[in-house]
Design a protein around this ligand. Structure first.
Ligand code: NAD
Ligand code: AHE
Ligand code: ZN
Ligand code: ZN
Length: 369
């Protein structure tokens, strides 16, 4: 079939919206009509050329929601008409990783996914006869996409696509990092570096679990009002801090954060996030994605004295199990998504959506097909 997609032909160049050819689903695969997709900073990162797994040409996008149109041979859990959220972290429920119950990082199709291919090593997308790579197994910057069955969460049919698409990455990543990865307890003091599409969901997750102080750190003063609405109790703009930021945060938390989260992708901030944690027990979770070649460092003494440095992908969520629950939380009014979606646009305006992100004017931009 023919469909419309925003193609990343080359690193560092704007996306080009054009017609593409899409082959039907093969065994274990599902054809999805994407109804809406969010723009995540990770798409921008890959487009920039800094991602070692960035392969071009490709159809980016990993924060979608849509409807199943057709299923390939052997697909048992989905049928046409089902509403779904594509998962860049699938859940096969049979690989060693899934069975371990210690991680959400299902590895069943990770190798081909990282090569921009479907599990059989080929692509379903092409444009003027030239194959186009998939991205993160999802490619939601296409109006139609083919996704493995194990990488689709079935969601309730009454959930609005233009809101719950954000659960495909940002909402789950932020809230999940708090509840599934760090397991923040009520009464904890929390510091969040970066108050964008991910960090604001960390804030909302911290409030949900009953954190005490929730301190947000961002260079953009415009982020303060939104973060307070989501539960932030103190705002720190590093530009306004005289002296050492880490010392300031340790003082503000009365000895150090019980939990900190880095939601920017900046290795200097990752170090500060670790070092502002409380001696003996503070846990710092890295969520931000840093470019190829970047490395983190700290004095080992920071860890010897009881701080722990951990990371979180997709908020530690098991997609097929947890995403439908998070959709329920939204539909039940337990989490706020609407206020974070500051801009919606047609696919033709997707580059303007990324410009808004770069200028710090949007929290989440969403393309509605
Ligand atoms: P965003 O652009 O919406 O937000 C980034 C925020 O960081 C902005 O508010 C910006 O003002 C702030 N910021 C930038 N530099 C700063 C600095 N030096 N000090 C303080 N604040 C600063 O991005 P996002 O969509 O929220 O994504 C954040 C990061 O998380 C990215 O690196 C993205 O790739 C990553 N990410 C990781 C996962 C995961 O599963 N681990 C999932 C989604 C996104
Ligand atoms: N290809 C990148 C890695 C990027 C990365 O860490 N991705 C996160 C999700 S970011 C979503 O916005 C992730 O899930 N990582 C686990 C995995 O298996 O990719 C790079 O820098 O190499
Ligand atoms: Zn993302
Ligand atoms: Zn698995």
């Amino acid at each position: 079939m023919k469909t419309r997609a925003a193609i990343a032909w080359e690193a560092g160049k704007p996306l080009v919206v054009e017609e593409v050819d899409l082959e039907g689903p093969r065994e274990g695969e599902v054809l999805v009509e994407v109804k809406a997709t969010g723009l995540c900073h990770t798409d921008k990162y890959t487009l920039s050329g800094a991602d070692p797994e960035g392969i071009f040409p490709a159809i980016l996008g990993h924060e979608g929601a849509g409807v199943v149109l057709e299923v390939g041979a052997g697909v048992k859990t989905l049928r046409p008409g089902d509403h779904v959220i594509p998962l860049y972290t699938p859940e096969c429920r049979e690989c060693d990783y899934c069975l371990s119950q210690k991680t959400n990082l299902c590895q069943k199709i990770r190798i081909t996914q990282g090569r921009g291919q479907m599990p059989d090593g080929t692509s379903r997308f092409s444009c003027r006869g030239k194959p186009i790579h998939h991205y993160m197994g999802t490619s939601t910057f296409a109006n139609h996409t083919v996704v493995p069955e194990i990488a689709l969460a079935k969601i309730r049919p009454d959930a609005p696509f233009d809101k719950v698409c954000y659960i495909g990455c940002g909402v789950t990543t932020g809230i999940g990092a708090v509840i599934y990865t760090a397991k923040v307890e009520p009464g904890s003091n929390v510091v969040v570096f970066g108050l964008g599409g991910i960090g604001l969901n960390v804030i909302q997750g911290a409030r949900m679990v009953g954190a005490d102080k929730i301190i947000g750190v961002d260079l953009n003063p415009a982020r303060e009002a939104m973060a307070r609405k989501f539960g932030m109790t103190h705002f720190v703009n590093p530009k306004d801090v005289q002296g050492d930021l880490v010392a300031h945060l340790v003082e503000l938390t009365g000895g150090g954060a019980d939990y900190s989260f880095e939601c920017v992708g900046n290795t200097t901030l990752m170090r500060q996030a670790l070092e502002c944690c409380h001696k003996g027990w503070g846990v710092s979770t890295i969520i931000g994605v840093a470019a190829a070649g970047q490395e983190i460092s700290t004095r080992p003494f920071q860890l010897v004295t009881g701080r722990r440095w951990i990371g979180s992908a997709f908020g530690g969520a098991r997609g097929r199990t947890d995403v439908p629950k998070i959709v329920d939380w939204y539909m039940d009014g337990k989490i706020n998504i609407d206020d974070l979606i500051t801009h919606t646009m047609p696919l033709e305006k997707i580059n303007e959506g990324f410009d808004l992100m770069t200028r710090g004017e949007s929290i989440r931009g969403v393309v509605v097909y």
